[in-house]
Structure formats: C-alpha cells, structure tokens
Design a protein around this ligand. Structure first.
Ligand code: CMC
Length: 384
C-alpha cells in the first residue's frame, strides 16, 4: 500500500535535527552557547544596540545609518495607536482571559482595519510588519489597564519602544536605567532561529496567507509552557519554593517524579543559553538595586542543584529562567511575561515571513501512517 511505505522518507520526532528552511537572520551555536543576529553576537548587541536598531538589523539585514534609523523609528512610533474599534473591543472584554489570548484576538481584529489588508507585495508586507510590531505593546498595555478598570495611557512619542511600553502599563515614565534593562531584555528575545512559533508563522505564511494570520498563528504557539509560556511558570515555581533552603528538596523531588523544571533545557543549547547569562546579571543587579533578593537567591540555588544533577545531560538555564525576575522588578505582572516575549519575538516572526515568502514553497511534510488498513465499513445499525 503506498500510504504505508516510508521509502525515501525520514522521520524525526519533534523534527529534531531536521533543517526545514534556509535563513540569513539568526544562528545558534548550541555547543558553545552563541547566538548571532545577522552575524553579530547577541552579547555585543545587548551591550551597544537597542530595540529599534536591532529590529532594523533583523528585518533588513544591516545595521541602519543615522537617517535610516530615524526613519524606521518614526514609522514604528507613528504606528502605535490602535484602530478605534479595537480600542472599544478591548474595553469590553472580560478581565480573566490570559493576555496571550487577547493578543491573538486583538491582532486578528486589527487586521480587519489594516490599510494594506488586501496587498501582498513586499512593501505592503513591511508596512504591516511595522504596524504589528508597534501595536502589540499597545494591545498588551491597554488590556492590562482595561482589566483593572483604569483609563488607557496613550503612547508617548518621546519614549522609545521599551520605555513607552512600561509607561503605557503604569502611567509613569520609567526610571531610565530600568527602561534600558527592559530594552536589553527585548533585544535578547528578538529572534532565535526556527523555534516553534517562528515555524508556525512560516507554515501559515507559506500558504500565501497574510502577515497578520502568520503572526496570530505564532502568538498561539508561543503561549505554550514548553515555549514562551515557561517564563511565567518559573516565577510560579520560585514562589512555590518560597525560600532558598527549600530549593534542594523541591528540585530533587521534581526530578525524581520526572517533572520538567521550567526555564531549563533546550533543543539546541547543550550549555547555558547566552541570553540567560545576560538576564541573570540583570536579575541580580535589580534584586540588589531594589534590596529584595528573595527570588534571586531561590533561583541561584535552583540553578546550583540543577547544575549538579542534570548538566551532564546538557540541561542548563534557558532564556526563560531569569527573565521573570527582571520583569517583576520592572513592575510587569506575571501573566504579561509571555506577551512581553511576543512583543520582542514579533520582530523575528515578521523578518522570517518576509525572508521566506521571497522564495516561497508551501510546507507540506508527510505523516507515517501506523493505523489499520483493509477495514470494512459497518453500517450504523450493525455496529455493536
Ligand atoms: N527539567 C528536567 N528535565 C529536563 C528538562 C527540564 N526542564 N528539559 C529536558 N529534560 C530532560 C527530559 O526529561 C529528557 O530526559 P530523558 O532523556 O531522561 O527522558 C531529556 O532531558 C530530553 O528532553 P526533551 O523534552 O526530549 O527535550 P526537547 O528538546 O524535546 O525539549 C524543551 C526542549 C525546552 C521543551 C524542554 O527542555 C523543556 O520542556 N523545558 C522546560 C520548559 C522550558 O523552559 N521551555 C522554554 C524553552 S527556551 C525558550 C523558548 O523557546 O520559548
């Protein structure tokens, strides 16, 4: 039977080690723990760049000159407001859904009013990408205000992407040092090869569906606890552990019960994720700055026990382990940690959609059928 043969086909559970696309956007060296965006080490970008410049680099391939950067930021800052119907809809939503579900809903809603909704050429795709990147922080902040019964804080064109988001959440201009740390956290999350949500965006875009649909698919994929949803669960775990002295017992029990420790492990990295290294520094810095080491001391103890127990299997902290502690000190509520991941990763999603659809081919893998064959159809009245 042709549908039973696996000749010429390969199977890899979870597509492990399968190369499904060619890309010049970012690359990971999982053994050495290196991540590059368009050839530039993430450490250098975290130190010297910022959200606007690194986003331009990912979307267009090169660092912008002064004029290009000003132009790009003006486009980005000018696109932050949402269509009126979306704003009204955000006011009428119940307060309990997970904000990732609101992100999907509001972005799909905004797509209906996008001025380029019927255009599929590259320039229109870029304009849509910029609008989506600009609007996700506004959606997140507006929903957060609406669910508390508070007035919306309109975007402030004087503030950059990171500072403006913190401002729209709280209504207060953030401390510049904190806003810079948030900007660095966004830079670290911008792109990461063919991760699950980026793949999702590409599968949707490869059917020649539109940019908004691709990003809505990606948001749904990022939500899961094995991907972007891990950052909130790390905070749940640290809070559940409660005190550094309790970390050893908690982790040993979890490992014995074969439970996954959130914020650890990665399909590609077999050493510490370079983003986690940088976020760890800032988590320590903020804990000292705000004189509250409760969570960081638990996290450091968890890392120590995990290192002793499972590092030989290549399990180390990933980007999600320390990011939540950073966000907590920046005043971001826990259920917005994954939306914050989306606010950054949308740059990678859109960059990959732009790149892939230039030389598009629909994704259409095969499934290896292992069910029964040659079964007879039994009419309903004769079935037991
Ligand atoms: N805690 C304990 N054991 C682990 C963990 C963990 N976090 N991660 C992997 N392992 C073990 C796993 O039990 C398995 O052991 P064994 O071979 O004895 O059965 C082995 O390592 C391989 O695990 P896997 O689940 O087959 O690995 P994968 O490549 O399919 O999954 C992963 C990668 C990230 C989903 C997984 O490590 C995990 O579930 N981690 C926790 C969730 C998490 O932190 N996710 C964020 C990922 S990074 C940011 C992002 O992409 O969003």
């Amino acid at each position: 039977m042709p549908f039973l043969t696996a000749e010429g086909q390969t199977y890899s559970k979870g597509l492990e080690n399968v190369v499904a696309a060619i890309s010049a956007i970012s690359a990971i060296d999982g053994k050495e723990g290196i991540l590059i965006y368009r050839g530039i080490d993430i450490e250098a970008l975290a130190k010297h760049s910022n959200f606007g410049e690194s986003s331009y680099l990912l979307l267009f391939g090169d660092l912008p000159n002064k004029h290009e950067l000003e132009h790009f930021c003006a486009d980005l800052f000018g696109a932050r407001e949402l269509p009126e119907n979306v704003v009204n809809c955000l006011k009428s939503l119940p307060p309990d859904p997970h904000p990732m579900d609101i992100l999907k809903l509001a972005l799909a809603h905004a797509a209906l009013y996008d001025p380029d909704k019927n255009r599929m050429n590259r320039k229109a795709k870029i304009r849509k990408a910029i609008r989506i990147i600009a609007q996700l922080p506004t959606i997140t902040a507006f929903y957060h205000r609406a669910r508390q019964g508070k007035e919306f804080i309109m975007p402030n064109p004087e503030l950059d992407h990171a500072a403006n988001f913190l401002y729209m959440l709280s209504g207060k201009e953030p401390d510049p040092e904190d806003a810079k740390i948030f900007d660095i956290a966004l830079v670290l999350h911008l792109d990461h090869g063919l991760n699950a949500s980026t793949f999702s965006a590409l599968v949707t875009a490869s059917t020649l569906s539109d940019m908004h649909s691709a990003i809505v698919s990606a948001i749904g994929t990022l939500k899961g606890p094995l991907h972007g949803g891990a950052n909130e669960r790390v905070l749940d775990m640290l809070e559940e552990i409660g005190r550094p002295e309790k970390a050893e017992k908690y982790i040993m029990n979890a490992l014995k019960e074969k439970r996954k420790i959130m914020g650890f492990g990665h399909r590609v990295y077999k050493t510490m994720d370079p983003r986690a290294k940088i976020l760890k520094e800032y988590a320590i810095k903020l804990s000292d700055k705000y004189n509250d080491r409760r969570l960081i001391d638990i996290a450091l103890k968890v890392e120590e026990v995990m290192k002793r127990e499972v590092s030989k299997k290549g399990i180390y902290p990933n980007v999600d382990f320390y990011s939540g502690i950073v966000y907590k000190f920046l005043g971001i509520p826990k259920d917005l940690y994954t939306p914050v991941f989306a606010i950054a990763r949308v740059v990678g999603w859109t960059a990959h959609v732009l790149e892939y659809t230039e030389a598009n081919r629909i994704f259409r893998p095969r499934v290896l059928y292992n069910g029964p064959i040659d079964r007879e159809y039994i009419p309903l009245e004769q079935r037991p």
